[in-house]
Design a protein around this ligand. Sequence first.
Ligand code: FE2
Length: 254
Amino acid sequence: MRLAIVSDIHANLEALAVVMDDIRARGLENDIVCLGDVIGYGPDPNACLDIAIDSFRWCLMGNHEEAVLYGAVGFNPKAKMAIDWTRDQLNDASQPAEMRNRRWKFLGELRLTAEEQGLEFAHGSPRDPVREYVFPTDVLDHDKLESIFQHVGRVCFVGHTHLPGVIAASGRFTPPRGDGFSIKLPPPDGEKLLINVGSVGQPRDGDYRACYVVVEDDTVTWHRLDYDVERTVEKIRAVDRLPGYLASRLREGR
Ligand SMILES: [Fe+2]
């Protein structure tokens, strides 16, 4: 099995372009899957959607796609501002109608979960695929963890928190230590795992670099890639309707 797993691109074209180059250099360009949140927060929703449509084998529905399609339920006012601006970009009359329709069709056909060769995939959690967060600190919440892992066969890949790492059903969290950190599958002793692939376009683990995962045979590897974060920051600042903290947080990886 060879798979490049990306998630939470959040309309960050500079980060996505660097990740796509890295994936191509590994010969994995026909084996890219995405766990959702291609859009939302960032300045290039249309361009990122076009790459997703042309390059991803499949893509899951993230909460930001759901919000653009059905309304920003549970979003804070600033996140909702970004969703409303994103929806306007998708409806921008200066874009060819064919392109607009293609992007809306893609969003309307996103799947909630996926399964491939014994591996499971969700945006947030296997229990509530689009919206539920599973944070590293949830290893202390035994009831939550037990309930979530009832929905996991063996290994489920997720995104959504933008915090890469491995949550084991037995109550351990292992963060990937830097670029190239890897683990082996299947987990030993019948252990079940939630594997968070991190975020391409808005990492929140204190490392601003784009994050994604490669699965090759029995090895899962996290990759961290430098990108032109200042260019993305400038683009966000140039849009009045995108709150400024969406720019500054990219520099800090928060
Ligand atoms: Fe996200």
